[in-house]
Design a protein around this ligand. Structure first.
Ligand SMILES: *Cc1c(COP(=O)(O)O)cnc(C)c1O
Length: 431
């Protein structure tokens, strides 16, 4: 890529981060399927371990195929650096354990993917990190009142899975920065083609690349991207892992890596030590997915809008959660943040509750009943009996997971075929 690159998104999704191998001149990024990298000699081995060499040492945290994907996703999001890891869950765990440890506190918006909530009340709570939920639309004063000296981040999703409550990222960035902490945003559902939260003030962006970025449902993966803007040194009391020498006589991450300090810490401490490595063969498939992201997202959004409009007309459907609909509470924010369309999750409430949902799911012939989102194939799941089944009825109600709630992830099939299948399944649901 040229130094001052002005290439459009559609060009960068194909080319950003790629390097042509000096030996083979392979046009497609190869799968560097190797555990390690040969040392030239004794001194070179020492230099690699000291981080004084341009070459790598070991694939746990440094693999050339994975590096291309990390750079590409960072480029598309407008960040300074990125790393890919084994899954979206691994990305969230890596991003947050780089910021917080036992005794620390993280503020979280209430609208959130259930797998993330499960990790927050599960393993991360057991490690001693406290997660406190605040209503997305609580006032600035309310948010500020929850900040403690031990607060290390504000965490949210741009377009929360599964109910699509569009989050006002500019406002949350302001709240986080006033508190002296970074805003960490899971941008899985819109992808950087529909929304780039770094432009609205986010500091760290997370992806489950298993979803629309890969797009084919063939691999799992995750990514952490650093905007490179948060001033760690100005909040050194909260982030000593970045601002103090890791060992006597060794410069701090901020001194060594400047704007890339956070991502360098994720790469050389968190990913090196925990080892949530993604296989480069998976990343090869991820890269092939990203090359067509923009075209796929346009089609995903058009299909989702058509499906949402159909659902809104059907008597079996009590409510549709899709901010592309004019009467959706998130419609105004979606027009501001998502002018190309609000993603392709369409959740809806069947008036007939759980029994209607069973009839609906069992009548589907094209749409696949499956847990996953962001696939070329359209997928459907009844949430209360699956992803949210471990919650008590009260917890489900508080999360807005009603007995008749079905989540669709709308794929790339013909809209005519999708609508025919959904109409037929809705007829069955209402019977
Ligand atoms: C699926 C998902 C994750 C978890 O990603 P995996 O790749 O399945 O581990 C995280 N955040 C959101 C919003 C998701 O939809």
């Amino acid at each position: 890529m040229p130094e001052d690159c002005t290439w459009d998104f559609e060009t960068r999704q194909i080319h950003a981060g790629a390097v042509i191998d000096a030996e083979t001149r392979s046009r497609v990024t190869p799968i560097y399927q190797t555990a390690g990298y040969v040392f030239d000699d004794f001194d070179d081995g020492e230099a690699r371990f000291a981080g004084r060499s341009a070459y790598r040492a070991y694939s746990r945290n440094e693999n050339p195929t994975n590096a291309v994907a990390g750079r590409r996703i960072a480029d598309l999001e407008g960040g300074v650096d990125g790393i890919v890891v084994a899954s979206g869950q691994a990305a969230i765990a890596a991003a947050l354990t780089a910021l917080a440890a036992a005794g620390d506190h993280i503020l979280v918006t209430r609208s959130l993917y259930e797998g993330t909530r499960e990790m927050f009340r599960g393993v991360l709570a057991r490690q001693g990190i406290e997660f406190e939920y605040v209503d997305d639309d609580a006032s600035d004063e309310d948010w500020a009142a929850h900040v403690r000296p031990s607060t290390r981040a504000v965490y949210t999703e741009t377009l929360p899975n599964p109910l699509n409550q569009v989050v006002d990222i500019e406002r949350l960035a302001r709240i986080a920065h006033a508190a002296g902490v970074p805003l960490v945003v899971d941008n899985t559902v819109p992808t950087p083609y529909l929304w780039r939260p770094i432009e609205d003030g986010a500091d760290i962006v997370i992806h489950s690349t298993s979803k629309w970025l890969a797009g084919h449902g063939a691999v799992l993966g995750g990514a952490v991207v650093d905007a490179g803007r948060f001033d760690w040194a100005a909040h050194a009391d909260r982030f000593p892992q970045l601002t103090e020498p890791p060992r006597p006589g060794v410069p701090s991450f901020v001194e060594r890596f400047g704007a890339g300090a956070y991502l360098a810490y994720v790469r050389t401490v968190i990913v090196l030590e925990y080892g949530p490595t993604v296989p480069p063969s998976s990343t090869f498939l991820l890269l092939h997915g990203i090359e067509t992201l923009s075209m796929r997202m346009d089609r995903h959004v058009a299909n989702a809008q058509a499906v949402a409009e159909l659902l809104a007309t059907r008597p079996e459907v009590a409510h549709v959660f899709y901010p592309g609909l004019e009467d959706d509470p998130g419609h105004a924010l979606a027009q501001k943040y998502l002018p190309k369309g609000p993603g392709s999750i369409v959740s809806f409430e069947l008036a007939g509750g759980r029994d209607a949902a069973r009839r609906f799911i069992d009548a589907l012939q094209l749409v696949t009943p499956m847990t996953h989102i962001g696939d070329v194939r359209s997928l459907a799941i009844h949430l209360a009996s699956t992803i949210h089944a471990k919650l008590t009825p009260e917890e489900r109600a508080a999360a807005g997971i009603t007995p008749g709630l079905v989540r669709l992830s709308i794929g790339l099939e013909s809209p005519r075929d999708l609508i025919a299948d959904l109409e037929h399944a809705l007829d069955a649901a209402g019977a």
